[in-house]
Design a protein around this ligand. Sequence first.
Ligand code: ZN
Length: 117
Amino acid sequence: MCAMLQSAGIPAVTADLNLVTLDWAISQALGGVKIQVPEADVEEAMQLIAAYHAGDLTCGKDDDADRCGACGSEDLGVVVPNSQKALALGVFVLLGAPIYTSTQRVCNTCGAVETES
Ligand SMILES: [Zn+2]
């Protein structure tokens, strides 16, 4: 949601995201993760959010980000490398919430693997 507003030129930021990520139980007390925008942009942001929930926003299909770099297929799967799973398990034991720092995308058509962070 925040990125959607930012892509529309509104300098939106999230508030309390790190606290909620660290301890989901206090999410209720904090009122969840909040998105903050400058007061001058509130009306436009509310319209964009309403359009988003109504399904009126579309993504550009020319975006190569969701395509395999090798064959151009859109049939991609996301995997978490074993090293990341081990790290996430360690963080989960310590903090009570898993945190992944990177994932890999696997093309289901040609089998190419791309790492994203
Ligand atoms: Zn591919």
